[in-house]
Every structure is written in C-alpha cells, then in structure tokens.
Design a protein around this ligand. Structure first.
Ligand code: FE2
Length: 528
C-alpha cells in the first residue's frame, strides 16, 4: 500500500508525506516544501517535497500510489487548479493521476489524523484549534479510538482563539505567522501595571467567540484601547492575549473532558504550538495525559492526509506504536562528501569528529549539528540544530549577534537528558517535541541561564537514547565535561529562512554566519 498526502492549499506550509510499506513494516516520509524550495512557509505546489518523499520511499512513478489525499479550504473541487499564481507555475502531476485514486479530506479531520496516529494513545479526545479549516471552522472536538477511527463531536465557525491571537500579534507590530514572537514577549508584560484589551468571555461548548472584537475576513480588530507604543506596552498586550489563550484552552480541555470522559487528550492546529498554554492544560490535570504532535501547524497536514488515506480509505489497521518526527530524506555518505568538496573556507576532520565537536561545545563554541533525517514541524529537535552551552547568560546575545539575528526578548530552548528532567524542571513526564514550557527548578535557574526565560521557564525537549541516540550522546558528552545534562538547541537557520535541509544547505548557512564548527554525520568542518 502506498499513499501520498499533499497539502497544497494556497495559504502556507505546503508539503508532502508518504505512508508505504517496506519489508512488512509501515514506512513514513514527510517534507515541507519550504525545506526544498528554500522559501519560509512556502505556498508553492508541493512538487519538490513529493519527489523527495518518493525517493525516500523508493517510489518511482506518480501512478504507483494506491491513493492520493488532499485537504481543502472552502472549495472541494479545486484540486486540479490553484488560486495562487506562484503555485500554479509548478508542474501539477495531479492531472496525470487516475481521478478515482484522489480523495479530499476535511482540514480539521486531517489535523486529527496527524496527531492521533502519531501518539501512543489507543483512545483519545482530540481538540483542533487553528485559524480556519475547510468549511470555515475554527475549533473542533473529535473522539478517536484505534478500532473505530476518528469521529467529529462538535465544531464551530465563530472567530476563535487562533484568529484572535493572530490579530493581536499584528496589532503588536509583528506579521502573520509570527505568533511565537508574541508568546515569547508575553512574560515581559506580566508585571506591567496597565490594561489594554478586554476580551469577551463568550465560552460556549467548543466555541470561544471573539466575533464582537475581531472583524471577519481580516486580522483587524474592532476594539478601543490606549495607544500601544513602548516595548512595555507591547509586552503587556502580548501578556493579555497569552493569558486569554490559556483560559480558552483550559475551557476547551474541560469541555472535551466533560463530553468524552476519556483520560487522554490530543491537541493540534496552529494554536497547539503555544507550548505555554499546552503546559497549563497538562498541569491542570483535566486529562491524565496530553499529546501534541511536533508538526501541529499546517506542516503536519500532509501527514494527516496520508494517514487518513492509509487508515480510513484503505482500511489499514494501526500496527505501529507511534510516529517518529524524523521523517525527512536520507543523505548518503557520497552526497555529504560531494557537498563538502564543493565549498572552501574550512578544514575537515573525519577522525574522532564527534568527540572533537563535543569538546568544542564544552569550550563554549557554536556548533551546527546535522545528522539523520530532518525533523518535521517548526522546531529543531536535534537533527538540524545549532547547539551551544547553556551555562553562560551571555550565550543568548552571542548567538543572536553572530548567527540568529533574532529579537533579544525571544528565549532559546533547552534539551535535557530524559533521566535528569525532573532535577531541573517542574515536569513529571517526557516533552520530546518542545511543546511544554515548565518552570525551571529554583536551584537550577542560575546554572542554565542562557535557556531560562525571564519568567523562569524553559521550552523543554527531553531526549532519550531510543529516540535520538546521537543527540543523546552529544548532551551526555557535555554532561561528562561540565556536570550539566543540558544543551541550548535552536533551529539551524537564520531569521527569515527555513531550517536547513540538505548537507549543502547546512554548509551554506555555516559559511554565511559566525558558527564556529559544523558536524555533518562523521565530518567536522571548522572555520579558519
Ligand atoms: Fe490548520
């Protein structure tokens, strides 16, 4: 069985995924178009990502697929064309595929497939919270179990927390898809003694209705407020919308619990990237366990589409435990050597490269770290990462001024060996995808200053040997050298660019920034 999932609608984050079978086992591949066409949040028709996934899955011909699944936004009939001019300029292979193999799925249902089948849960409530889905829905509640699949309980098309958060993000002065900046800014507004926005509390079932203050079909707001001028003003506004987001998510979680009575909750859709709100939901204890997939935004839609095809259309049972986030293409040793030989300006160490790289981190150097298949979603999870020591507070500024060029207020995230997570953080379980933001333990705040946010939290990634052995070994080497089992992990890119994908992308980014060294598999590239 071979299924292609495509997300092509002309909003953002197009991409491809394939679910196929290799030697009796299910094989997954996923790639966002932005990683190959190198345009952040790409809207292009996902041709390059499809071809990369086909290569990874050993599929040569577009007609070899048993099913091809797309989601839709508003127009179900438009799969052969595209309203976006840029997208239409790409070769659309859908025209060459037998139409009986092509199926269209609801966008929120696709998010639900993406998150539930990635989780270990046998049964779960599922909340989807994003901007708008296929038929203008904003927030949906589903129920899922392995035997019966996924069923919609309720959805709403009232303006929800996703659109409110986007509108306030723009009000602050950021642009669309920069909600993460608002979340990072919010803690700076906590103690500012001013009030800007009053949000209506129209919570009703799966609806949290902000229609009275948000203008339909725009990111404009119809609300009076004092002028938002200074950094403090902006931070206060960010704090207010973040607090509202947490309240709305807690309401939705409680409603999901009351409606389903289940122990587990899956959350997906763009708002599920709000790791601070996710942690509040987890901490509330409304559900025993909460799972959020790393590609919670529309970068996960192509995978949801492929999973819908495999499990629902082709009726295949789930015979795997969970889905790894590391689903990008594989690069051969030959391809890596070829990329290295193309460029100059560094020496290459191939003996004990890993040990040398580990020493450099302990020596407070900046390391680009590329190995294995790339991770899906917007967070680097150790396979396409820039790594630095978390021990010195100034490392945040060093990284910003030499490599990342990000706003000073945005925090960098910590990766920690799983077995030490409770020594450093107020958390009682794994957080493998940086989608929970727990408090740092009081006695550890001074130790890992570069990854502790202004409110004493960290957007945590717990790392296990099983899940990412090479990254585990790197953190463990740092632990042996310093006594601290934590590394600073930020995505391998510069502001405004997608995360690097191929070894060549990594080398180009390495050369144009002030990263000290780059480890690609077993080759260490050092400048100078
Ligand atoms: Fe979505």
């Amino acid at each position: 069985m071979k299924v292609l999932g495509l997300h092509k609608d002309p909003w953002h984050n197009t991409g491809a995924s394939i679910v196929s079978e290799k030697n009796g086992e299910v094989h997954f591949s996923n790639l966002a178009e932005e990683r190959v066409d190198r345009n952040k949040d790409s809207r292009r028709f996902p041709l390059l990502s499809t071809m990369a996934c086909m290569k990874e899955s050993g599929i040569d011909n577009f007609n070899d697929f048993d099913a091809v699944i797309l989601d839709y936004i508003i127009d179900k009939e438009d799969y052969r064309k595209d309203s976006n001019k840029i997208a239409a300029s790409q070769y659309n292979f859908l025209n060459d595929i037998d139409p009986s193999k092509i199926h269209i799925v609801n966008h929120h249902l696709s998010h639900a497939y993406s998150v539930f089948y990635s989780s270990k849960f046998d049964k779960s409530a599922i909340l989807i919270v994003d901007g708008r889905g296929s038929d203008r829905e904003t927030q949906s509640l589903f129920i899922a179990d392995r035997e019966n699949g996924i069923r919609l309980i309720e959805s709403t098309d009232t303006i929800g927390i996703g659109l409110l958060y986007a509108a306030v993000t723009i009000k602050i002065g950021f642009t669309i898809l920069q909600e993460g900046k608002t979340m990072g800014l919010a803690p700076y507004g906590q103690n500012v003694n001013k009030k800007f926005l009053n949000f209506p509390k129209n919570y009703n079932g799966v609806s949290t209705d902000y229609g009275s203050i948000c203008i339909e079909n725009s990111y404009e707001m119809n609300i009076e407020h004092p002028p938002i001028v200074t950094f403090e003003d902006k931070a206060r506004v960010a704090f207010e919308v973040q607090e509202e987001c947490e309240n709305a998510m807690l309401h939705l979680a409680q409603y999901a619990k009351d409606k389903t009575g289940l122990d587990n909750l899956c959350i997906s859709g763009g708002v599920a990237l709000n790791s601070v709100a996710n942690y509040k939901v987890l901490q509330s204890g409304i559900f025993k366990d909460v799972f959020i997939n790393p590609a919670a935004s529309d970068t996960g839609i192509s995978l949801g589409n492929a999973l819908y095809g495999y499990h629902h259309i082709l009726k295949q049972p789930k015979n795997y435990t969970e889905i790894s986030p590391y689903l990008g293409p594989t690069y051969s040793d030959f391809e890596i050597k070829q990329a290295i030989e193309k460029y100059k300006g560094f020496k290459v160490i191939s003996n004990n490269a890993f040990e040398e790289a580990a020493k450099m981190i302990a020596d407070n150097k900046i390391l680009g770290f590329v190995h294995g298949r790339s991770e899906m979603g917007p967070r680097a999870l150790g396979n396409r990462s820039i790594i630095m020591s978390p021990l010195k507070a100034e490392n945040k500024d060093i990284l910003n001024s030499r490599v990342k060029f990000r706003e000073e207020f945005r925090p960098f995230a910590p990766s920690i060996l799983r077995e030490y997570a409770q020594d450093y953080y107020v958390i009682d379980r794994e957080s493998p995808y940086m989608l929970f933001v727990p408090l740092v333990k009081e006695d550890k705040k001074e130790i890992i200053k570069a990854v502790t946010h202004v409110d004493g939290t960290g957007r945590l990634q717990t790392v296990t040997k099983d899940f990412n052995g090479k990254y585990y070994d790197l953190i463990e080497s740092f632990y042996k050298a310093t006594g601290v089992p934590v590394l600073l992990n930020t995505s391998f890119n510069v502001a405004g660019e997608p995360i690097v994908e191929s070894p060549e992308d990594a080398i180009k980014c390495f050369l144009k920034t002030d990263i000290d060294a780059l480890l690609i598999e077993d080759y260490l590239l050092i400048k100078g």
